[in-house]
Design a protein around this ligand. Structure first.
Ligand SMILES: [Zn+2]
Length: 343
């Protein structure tokens, strides 16, 4: 959490009703779907597109979401055709209903290639997305892996929210322009939270669909995972935030969680300050060789449940790898565990 001075909420007292939508700019509608987590909702966007609609993100792939979509399609969306389904990134709350919606509406799914392939890999336990690779990696970073419960060790949590995936897609790349309802929306790809996360910027409407990259109050998870054990995603995350800097000061941001907000540039500054503070705190704690696991209490004051532990480990390693790349810590490995110490 960080301070949010300079961030304003133009819809502070209203939220879209379940199965309903709220217009946040001409022809651009906010939809909110439930999530079965501590973070209990996701925002999706439905954009008027000629005689039909473009949908941006699809919700967690469970019946409750599908029922709300059914109400929405027949109700506020007036059974008009869905022309395109855009998915910002591969996480289950974004892509979970994409195949179901595509099957129901006949609309093509638009994604970046890294996100499309990561979704399939995560669902199929391929390309190092399997638990064994992830658990080995956390063990190498100091976690006592015998504490990981069997259901985590054996289950595929991704599949719970993604019962099926589209087998084909339309590729989006950085700089592409999608024309939706007569307005140009520029694809801006950003990194660190997901491999090739797509954000959408519409200058003429003054809107930025920021996905999970920029949220108004919480910070996005930035983690290192088992299939890229030496990655530096925090550098990618912070560097790619610069791609939002050219947006106009008055831009309205449509984030995947929490509320629509204004004050993008102050928020970008807060995110940078937040990570800089955490890096300083971690560096101070590296006065003796420490593993990512040993350093978790510096970053996370609260007790972590098994779901949060994985994200916390990934995040701690991401900050340590950032310091490593900057030459501010060195890394040693003994007894199969990596430890970091101030350079
Ligand atoms: Zn995400």
């Amino acid at each position: 959490m960080t301070a949010t001075t300079g961030v304003r909420y133009p819809f502070a007292s209203s939220l879209p009703a379940p199965g309903g939508m709220l217009e946040v700019a001409p022809g651009v509608h906010w939809v909110r779907m439930p999530l079965p987590f501590a973070l209990d909702h996701i925002n999706l966007w439905v954009i008027e597109d000629g005689d039909g609609w473009t949908i941006v993100d699809t919700g967690y792939g469970v019946e409750a979401t599908q029922e709300l979509w059914t109400r929405l399609l027949a109700g506020p969306m007036g059974d008009r055709p869905v022309k395109r389904i855009v998915v910002t990134h591969y996480h289950p709350d974004h892509v979970g209903c994409a195949a179901w919606l595509a099957g129901r509406t006949g609309a093509p799914v638009w994604m970046t290639t890294s996100e499309f392939l990561s979704a399939h890999a995560a669902r199929d336990d391929a390309a190092g997305f399997d638990r064994a690779t992830g658990i080995d990696f956390f063990g190498r970073n100091g976690l006592d892996t015998s504490t990981i419960p069997e259901k985590v060790r054996l289950g595929n949590a991704y599949r719970r929210g993604v019962p099926e995936l589209p087998r084909t897609y339309r590729r989006m790349m950085h700089g592409d322009e999608l024309v939706i309802g007569g307005h140009a929306w520029e694809v801006i790809t950003v990194f660190g939270h997901a491999p090739e996360h797509a954000a959408l910027h519409c200058q003429s409407l003054g809107l930025l669909i920021s996905g999970d990259q920029v949220l108004p109050r919480i910070t996005s998870n930035v983690g290192v995972w088992g299939n890229q054990p030496d990655a530096n995603p925090l550098a990618l995350f912070l560097d790619s935030l610069a791609r939002f800097e050219p947006c106009d000061e008055g831009i309205r941001v449509l984030p995947s969680h929490d509320r629509v907000f204004e004050g993008l540039h102050p928020r970008l500054a807060q995110l940078r300050a937040h990570h800089a503070e955490r890096l300083i705190a971690l560096l101070a704690a590296c006065d003796r060789p420490v593993s990512a696991f040993e350093i978790l209490p510096v970053l996370f004051k609260r007790a972590l449940d098994e779901h949060q532990m994985g994200f916390a480990m990934g995040e701690a390693i991401a900050h340590l790898h950032y310091l490593l790349a900057e030459g501010r810590v060195t890394r040693e490995e003994s007894g199969g565990v990596r430890r970091f110490v101030r350079a």
